[in-house]
Structure formats: C-alpha cells, structure tokens
Design a protein around this ligand. Sequence first.
Ligand SMILES: [Zn+2]
Length: 102
Amino acid sequence: MSRSAGAHTADPCPRCLVEEIRTGSLVPAAERDAVGYTCGRCRHSWSRPIEDDLDVYDIVRADLPERTLYGTVRQVEDDRVQVLDTNSGRLLWVERWRAVLY
Ligand SMILES: [Zn+2]
C-alpha cells in the first residue's frame, strides 16, 4: 500500500506496482472531470473521478505539490474544500480535485 516518502505519500502503479509520488493533474471532461496519473517507469496512465460527495467531517487526503495532506473537511465549495490539517492543526483551502476520501 501507500508509504511515506518525505513530505509526500508514494503509491504503487496499478500495472508495474512501482511506488512513486504522483500528484496527478486535472483532466476536464464533458460529463465529469477526472484526475489523471502517469507512471514514470512504465508510462501506464490512469485516472480517478473527482470526489463529488465530499462532506463536512469527511477524512481526506490531498496530494499537494509540496506535500501530502491528511485532514478533516470543514467546508465544501464548488471547486475547493477547507481542510483541517491533522498534523499542524491548521485550516487550509485545497482545490477540490486534489481531495480524496481516505
Ligand atoms: Zn508503472
């Protein structure tokens, strides 16, 4: 499963299983936007749907460019969520597409 690598959490590629830090990228779509990932080793690419049922008090993980954030949702807006960082106890807004139910 996932493991910590510095400030980030690395995840295995679904095909070659090599663990890497992948923050993903927003892939706009007509019906439902998604988040796309590409494996740096085998070039396999995949995507996940954006969470559309996030709610207050949900536990989420968010892959930020500088680190992986774990916390509790406090507010939900159309394109962003406010998360209480479990580590620092600070509130911060993250782009909604980065948040994954944990
Ligand atoms: Zn791979």
